[in-house]
Ligand binder design. Structure first.
Ligand code: ATP
Length: 610
């Protein structure tokens, strides 16, 4: 056997979140998963680069997603659109006017926060109307306030206030008009120093650029803040060429950019990131009901099974939520590490009927009252009604309706009561949308009436279910989930801490490492290179001949390589013909070793790595 270390590892629990994140960040750098962007120039906040292992990991994630969407299904096709698109798209989608976070600045340090990320605090607010400096005659009439947590002496508030007035030129400040007030659950003060914050004001997250040689307003454009809109604007083209019929989906993977106010938690909130988005177009419920007499709605939680033609939007929504959970489980995130969060009515976008956020319990997630990690968003699965296509129809003047043969055939067979109920329901939802978008009542009424008439002839704008996931957040979740430490014996049998990245083989950056037992034995090296070449067409292989075999195993444990193959003297037949052309196969997590025939290797992992 190549390595005597077959003892079952004992798991060390890593409880301190900060400490664990520090270890993960440092491993990411040390092993080449993730580097700070532009590091030699001091870095650029919110931008990250993926090193050799990280790049492989990301590719595997994207490939697994793409395959699950396109290769394994008949009803989804792909798209690859540009990052910069016509600026009108962002007006139609609402990003130009509303894609903003509220930001606040500390009046003392100027540090910027996202208003919704400030934890509510309670305490005593010390307010001042201004300050003067008797010696220099300088004064400031700016009012200012400091929040002190219960029990802190008033002097500390005064100290902060004096710093504030010093910044305004009042060097030896005598504070004026001190007042105190008990305040509960406020988010108006900087949690770090108690200083008052500016009033919240919106900050648009889109990154601007100019297309063409002139930097003018007409040439202003944006780096896309999401990939989804390209799918909507190419909807008609894709429909025409793909010979798909509603229900069907269009998916895309690509870069997105957001000028986040406060990038944080490693790569979790970045300014440049990648998204994997699916827009799955479905019939409006009225059309489904007209064709099938009724619509199927969920009978309870869980996966509703294979799609059925009579599904209404709720079934499709539940289906996609569950499909997405299956995807995550399939690449190694256990269900218990994930949270299904249903957005509350006041959190929903005005056009959304329902949104489920899929959260991962990152070590930096907040904890609930019971001390359980609450999770942070990996993906949102939204039922977005017909909002997006309707908006592009209005802004571009191009029709986004589809013709549905089955609907046209079914409608005349309905009784009058059904016709009228379905028409009315469709009319109302269309009118509601149009009024919300600013159309006058009579105009909205007329258009909704026409659209309801068109429905009876087989025409409608499809509704959409949108599962929208972030590649980088998923990569980080997989890294956090994989990180483990255990105790394992070293070369001399002494126990040492082993860092092991327990990636699922499907997304592991390298699937198998091939080692000749000794570097200076040409026969071993030759055979090992043959095995490497045999495996290469099937999976990513790492060949390593440097150093003691135990060390080489450890390096691969840290890289998360699930399998190690060692070519030893048995392989060469030196320990008997029955072992010739067999290798030592070591499994990363259990460190168990087996003897396996070389010829069996390529097929051995087929199901687990794809
Ligand atoms: P958050 O509330 O965390 O800002 P969001 O709800 O704005 O996210 P969406 O607009 O729904 O996010 O984007 C879909 C997915 O894109 C998110 O679930 C996430 O995985 C990813 N994503 C969004 N913003 C970022 C970011 N700044 N950095 C990394 N990934 C992001």
């Amino acid at each position: 056997m190549a390595d005597a270390n077959t003892t079952k590892p004992s798991v060390v629990l890593l409880t301190k979140a900060g400490e664990l994140m520090e270890k993960i960040v440092s491993l990411c750098k040390r092993r080449g998963f993730i580097f700070q962007s532009s590091e030699i120039y001091g870095g650029l906040n919110g931008f990250w680069d993926y090193g050799p292992l990280g790049a492989e990991l990301k590719r595997n994630i994207k490939e697994a997603w793409w395959r699950s969407m396109t290769q394994f299904r008949d009803d989804i096709v792909g798209l690859e659109a540009t990052i910069i698109m016509h600026p009108k798209i962002w007006e139609a989608s609402g990003h130009t006017s509303t894609f903003a976070d509220l930001m606040v600045d500390c009046l003392l340090t100027k540090k910027r926060f996202r208003a919704d990320q400030i934890e509510p605090q309670s305490g005593i607010a010390y307010s001042y109307t201004g300050a003067t400096d008797g010696a220099s005659g300088k004064e400031s009439k700016d009012s200012f306030s400091v929040l002190l947590p219960p029990g802190k002496p008033p002097e500390s508030a005064r100290k902060v206030a004096k710093q504030f007035y010093q910044l305004r030129g009042v060097e030896n400040a005598t504070l004026l008009g001190e007042r105190t007030e008990q305040i509960k659950d406020t988010t108006r003060y900087n949690p770090e120093n108690g200083s008052l914050l500016t009033e919240p004001r919106p900050f648009n997250l889109m990154l601007e650029t100019y297309v063409g040689p002139v930097k003018s307003d007409e040439n202003k454009s944006y780096l896309r803040p999401e990939t989804a809109q390209a799918i909507f604007v190419q909807f008609k083209n894709v429909l025409e060429v793909s010979r798909q019929k509603v229900p069907f989906g269009i998916c895309q993977i690509g870069k997105a950019f957001r000028n986040e106010i406060n990038p944080r938690n490693f790569t979790f909130r970045s300014r440049e990131f990648e998204q994997m988005e699916l827009e799955f177009f479905i019939r409006p419920d009225e059309a489904t009901e007209a064709i099938y007499g009724s619509i199927a709605t969920p009978s309870g939680p869980g996966h509703p099974g294979e799609p059925q033609p009579n599904w209404g939007w709720q079934m499709w929504h539940q289906y996609w939520v569950e499909e997405r959970f299956r995807f995550y489980e399939n690449i190694g995130l256990p269900r218990i590490s994930l949270v299904e969060y249903w957005q509350k009515p006041d959190e929903l976008a005005h056009y959304a009927k329902a949104t489920v956020d899929i959260l991962y319990k990152f070590p930096f997630s907040k904890r609930d009252d019971k001390g359980e990690l609450m999770g942070e968003e990996l993906e949102g699965v939204a039922a977005r009604s017909d909002f997006d296509l309707s908006q592009h129809q209005r802004y571009s003047g191009k029709s986004m309706t589809v013709f549905d043969e089955e609907l046209k055939a079914a409608w005349p067979k309905l009784d009058d009561a059904k016709k009228s109920a379905l028409s009315q329901s469709y009319f109302e939802s269309r009118k509601k949308y149009l009024v919300k978008m600013g159309e006058s009542e009579p105009k909205a009424e007329k258009q909704a009436r026409d659209e309801s008439e068109a429905l009876s002839k087989g025409y409608y704008i499809p509704h959409v279910i949108e599962p929208s996931a972030g590649v980088d957040r998923l990569a980080l979740a997989l890294i956090c989930n994989a990180y483990g430490e255990d105790q394992a014996p070293d070369e001399k049998g002494k126990m040492e801490t082993r860092v092991v990245m327990k990636f699922h083989p499907r997304i592991a950056p390298v699937k198998v490492a091939v080692f000749p037992l000794l570097k200076n034995k040409p026969d071993l090296v030759k055979k090992a290179k043959e095995v490497r070449d045999l495996l290469r067409p099937h999976m990513s292989v790492f060949y390593d001949e440097a150093g003691a075999i135990g060390r080489r195993y450890r390096r691969q444990d840290e890289a998360g390589t699930p399998f190690g193959v060692t070519i030893d003297f048995e392989t060469l037949g030196e320990k008997g013909p029955e072992l010739q052309d067999t290798v030592t196969l070591r499994e990363r997590d259990s460190m168990k070793q087996d003897r396996v025939k070389i010829a069996d290797l390529p097929q051995r992992w087929r199901a687990t790595i794809r």
